[in-house]
Design a protein around this ligand. Structure first.
Ligand code: DHB
Ligand code: FE
Length: 281
């Protein structure tokens, strides 16, 4: 391993830092004691029930305690929670959501990326590896009207499955940008096809996955937050038809409605189309 190769500790610490920064700018919410008690009791009851059902022993309890300490020290709470828990929070949020389906945010979003015109290439290295991909589409409201000036805040892994801002060898802002739709709600983004993402295997989350005999993979995906004034934001991900792990995502965050089907265009680049539907705020 070289000094610049991404580690669980590195991406975990960065993910924790990014999470704290986002929390500070959004401000805290006040939760009533009744709600705290109700939810925490339910979580604890679930844990108690698992201990009884599985006859968890003292050595297992102590091993779990050690693992949780390591998870915190490695800054891996965002990685662990976003892979194993966030998909259910999203499922509950989706119960009241119309328009384009959502998916998990994950730990690697960074706000305040540069705004780009409706026809753009995502910022990338001059020798960026990976198959060129032209991603086009239109943003509409639930009545079918085009939404001009909608923002598509895009971020993705590179051809090796790494995210800028979290893997030290990548330039800041690589494969991130906010594309603004034109007067007809349309956009055309040139990027590269991302690789599948593997949860870092050298930290506590990776250790758990290995100890349990699971696999650490997410299918290749584009991340998006689509927003426009007067409309509810959509946080989602788009996957690739036939891609490895689309049917077996460790984060259980795929949905059949969120799968792109890229085809080679006349210029040899892959082209994929996706139209977004935003509901009123
Ligand atoms: C994680 C990473 C991702 O790229 C993602 O989309 C979701 C979760 C993670 O490591 O927790
Ligand atoms: Fe991701």
């Amino acid at each position: 391993m070289t000094t610049t190769s991404p580690t669980a500790a590195g991406s975990g610490a960065n993910a924790t830092q990014a999470f704290r920064a986002a929390r500070q700018s959004s401000g805290g919410e006040v939760t009533s004691p009744e709600r705290v008690s109700d939810v925490v009791q339910a979580v604890l009851s679930g844990v108690h029930e698992a201990i009884r059902a599985k006859k968890v022993t003292y050595p297992e309890f102590q091993a779990a305690k050690q693992w949780l300490i390591d998870l915190g020290e490695g800054g891996e709470w965002p990685l662990f929670l976003d892979v194993f828990v966030e998909h259910v929070v999203e499922e509950v949020a989706a119960e009241t959501q119309h328009g384009t389906k959502g998916s998990i945010l994950g730990p690697y979003y960074l706000p305040d990326q540069p705004k780009l015109p409706s026809v753009s290439t995502l910022p990338m290295r001059s020798d960026e590896k990976g198959k060129p991909l032209v991603f086009t589409g239109q943003v509409r409201d639930t009545d079918g009207n085009p939404v001009a000036g909608a923002e598509l805040d895009l971020w993705q892994a590179d051809d090796e499955g790494y995210y800028s801002g979290f893997a030290p060898h990548l330039p800041e802002g690589n494969l991130r940008g906010v594309v603004v739709s034109d007067g007809h709600g349309r956009f055309e983004v040139t990027t590269i096809q991302p690789a599948p993402y593997r949860i870092p295997t050298d930290g506590p989350t990776g250790g758990l996955i290995e100890a349990a005999g699971w696999h650490p993979w997410r299918p290749a995906h584009l991340h998006l937050i689509v927003r426009a004034p007067g409309h509810r934001n959509i946080t989602t991900q788009l996957y690739f038809q036939g891609g490895r792990w689309v049917d077996d995502d460790v984060a259980q965050a795929t949905k059949p409605e969120l799968v792109l089907d890229p085809r080679p265009g006349d210029d040899g680049k892959l082209r994929a189309r996706y139209d977004f539907v935003l509901e009123p705020a």
